[in-house]
Design a protein around this ligand. Sequence first.
Ligand code: ADP
Ligand code: GLC
Length: 480
Amino acid sequence: MKILHATSELYPLIKTGGLADVLGSLPFAQKALGHDARAVLPYYRHVRDLLPDAALVAERDTFGGHIAVRYAEYNGLGLYLIDAPHLYDRPGNPYHNEHYFDYADNVIRFAVLGWTAAALATGLDEVWGKADILHAHDWQAGLAPAYLNAWNAYIKSVFTIHNIAYQGIFQSKHLGEVGLPWEMFHVDGVEFHGQISFLKAGLFYADHITTVSPTYADEITREPAANGMSGLLYTRKQEGRLSGVLNGVDDKVWNPQTDAALAKTFHPKAMQGKKADKKAVQAFFGLNDDDKAMLTVMVSRLTPQKGADFLLESLHEKLPANPDLQFALLGSGAPEMEQAFVRLAEQYPQQVGVYIGYNEELAHQLIGGGDVIVIPSRFEPCGLTQLYGLKYGTLPLVRRTGGLADTVVQTDEETLKNKTATGFVFDEPTAGALGGALENALSLWRKPRAWSPVRQHAMAQDFGWHKAAESYDACYRSLL
Ligand code: ADP
Ligand code: GLC
């Protein structure tokens, strides 16, 4: 099967979050199943630096100006790169400038991504020919199924929602500028409350919609989780055209037995290395060098989604009461949140360490050295760091929502007895509920003989990409 993924991120070439991790793994898992999977993404400055010699495939004059489509292979994966310096040759983040302002021409930048994906799927690369499946990810690629529809191209398309909170909404006047017909400006089309929504375009015109966990697939058929899309999504669910496929973990990138970022690697049957990793994190942040403290870590974007606000409130209460509680954060996002955590670290220097910024290596070190990883999200389509935590024996403490609910088993009397516990789960998005889960974790932590089997069971979980690749396979086949 020829599969073309359309994406704005792909690890390790360009990453702001989990979308990149997924696109850095799924196509490889599909190739392992024997498919010809490729991806198309913008030739951002950073990508050009990493893959400078991409070969020319085709050139076109589009509504977004002159573009060249180039081809390069990354670790054997075929990548189509949209070479349009006037759109993509900018430093840093793919979506906004250094002051966190979205680029004013994002409507064109990502319409060109959708257009090029549709053009490739319909044979722009004469050597590759047409794709069997165009698989578009998140709003940035949402127009791709709309172009296929506008061109009456009978290429099957799948649209995956990684996060419905980001919708790509632009003023209606832009519709003419991106080469789509005005008939599409309709409630059964790209229109959303008088504006154009790239997300809605993907949802409406794709042959099938998936999202990244079964629970989130259910949650987004209702408000408020659906962010205004519940009508359409509920209908698609009834039609059997919406499903949830849980993300996986890339064993080549996240594996405590081979992880080069760790001070020491470790293994479920040889956990000594994890002690050294914990010591290294404590030393890095200047925390008490105390093996008996429960090192709780967080690696996250600091946006309202992630619940860092009520985590902060809970930590202010729990840190003074529990000298054996430590907290280390790697995160970036809302400046006032960043500042609040920096102040927390100043207040509790022996217990709290904070690193503001983006740092791939430190992410591995925290997840490797931690005892607990906290993910108190208000909503979470899948979440990947809890999966990394499980694999590294760093027990996830999560809110029961989306993919977090699907992947972490609460520790209680029953799950301890039947040996299914893998972490700590709470329900309400409040400091009180989170604090209860922290107490639960601390009480298990203080009984090392009880902690160790839970950790072993967590590490034995299998969230390999092969499962997801097989589910997408079944989905594609049902369309073809
Ligand atoms: P989301 O995509 O909503 O941000 P996920 O849990 O799916 O959440 O994926 C987050 C990814 O981004 C993980 O690979 C995580 O390790 C990484 N990440 C988040 N914040 C940082 C950071 N400050 N530094 C390094 N990696 C980070
Ligand atoms: C999004 C979601 C996250 C998910 C990731 C990859 O960024 O917020 O929950 O894991 O996409 O699918």
